[in-house]
Design a protein. Structure first.
Length: 263
């Protein structure tokens, strides 16, 4: 576990049930997915940035976890600006590239929407422990225990997957077969890792069946997953952000329902 992981798992937000974090992210995302306009995305992003300090992450940790979002969101907007729907005054018209007033507005709205959707998801789920999430899905949302435990076991294997990849790479270098032919080396390692993953998955499934994970009946849980005032408060914050963003867009006349006739 890295230092960032340790800090995220011990902050204030780490004690909130992961199901509430999932629900708050969904409440923020739904209205932003239904519309594509600058006002709703800008209002949601501004409110989220104001509330980010309450997530319990330091600014250094925040940038370390979200820099990829800040880097990729403008690239998404750039693609829309160059190849998006043309409307209004045209500024650049060259081959397949046509930059207009409408495409620039659409690009800005897309960039802000990507940031408004991705940032709270990254920040909230940075403080989620996979076991806590499985407990919440099984006890709060009442999802099938067999599915939840199987997904948790698979998620726990991701770390071993990365370790196996590094071990295979070092072993091939030690044998002198990793100095040339990068594509061939990648395909060989991918196939070897696939075989290893299938074998490990079969052994894990057998072990879990032997320990009664697939038994019928009501399953007991080692830890109780609570859903109380803090969780409802986080859900209320997500609903408030979504409501204020939607109300601002409707008041400004920029609300654009994507699923509607003109979407």
């Amino acid at each position: 576990m890295t230092l960032l992981d340790a800090h995220a798992r011990t902050g204030r937000m780490s004690r909130v049930n992961p199901v509430a974090k999932l629900g708050a992210s969904a409440l923020i995302t739904i209205p932003l997915v239904l519309t594509l306009d600058v006002v709703s995305a800008a209002v949601a992003l501004a409110l989220e940035l104001l509330l980010m300090p309450l997530a319990g992450l330091g600014w250094r940790e925040f940038w370390a976890r979200t820099w990829i979002v800040w880097a990729l969101a403008p690239l998404t907007g750039l693609t829309i600006a160059l190849y998006g729907r043309t409307s209004g005054e045209v500024y650049v018209d060259w081959l397949f590239v046509e930059v207009s007033q409408g495409s620039l507005i659409l690009a800005l709205a897309t960039t802000l929407r990507v940031l408004a959707i991705a940032l709270p998801s990254v920040v909230l789920f940075a403080t989620v422990d996979p076991t806590d999430l499985a407990d919440g899905l099984g006890q709060v949302l009442k999802l099938p225990a067999r599915f939840v435990i199987g997904a948790l076991a698979g998620l726990r294997m991701v770390g071993l997957f990365l370790d196996d990849w590094r071990a295979l790479e070092l072993a091939r270098r030690a044998r002198g077969v990793a100095d040339r032919g990068r594509l061939r080396r990648f395909l060989g390692m991918a196939f070897a890792l696939l075989v290893l993953s299938i074998r490990r998955g079969s052994k894990l499934a057998t072990a879990m069946e032997a320990r009664g994970f697939g038994a019928p009946g009501v399953r007991t849980w080692a830890r109780e997953s609570r859903f109380g005032a803090a969780e409802w408060g986080l859900m209320a914050v997500g609903l408030a952000i979504a409501s204020m963003a939607t109300a601002a867009a409707v008041a400004a006349g920029t609300w654009n329902l994507i699923l509607g006739p003109g979407g």
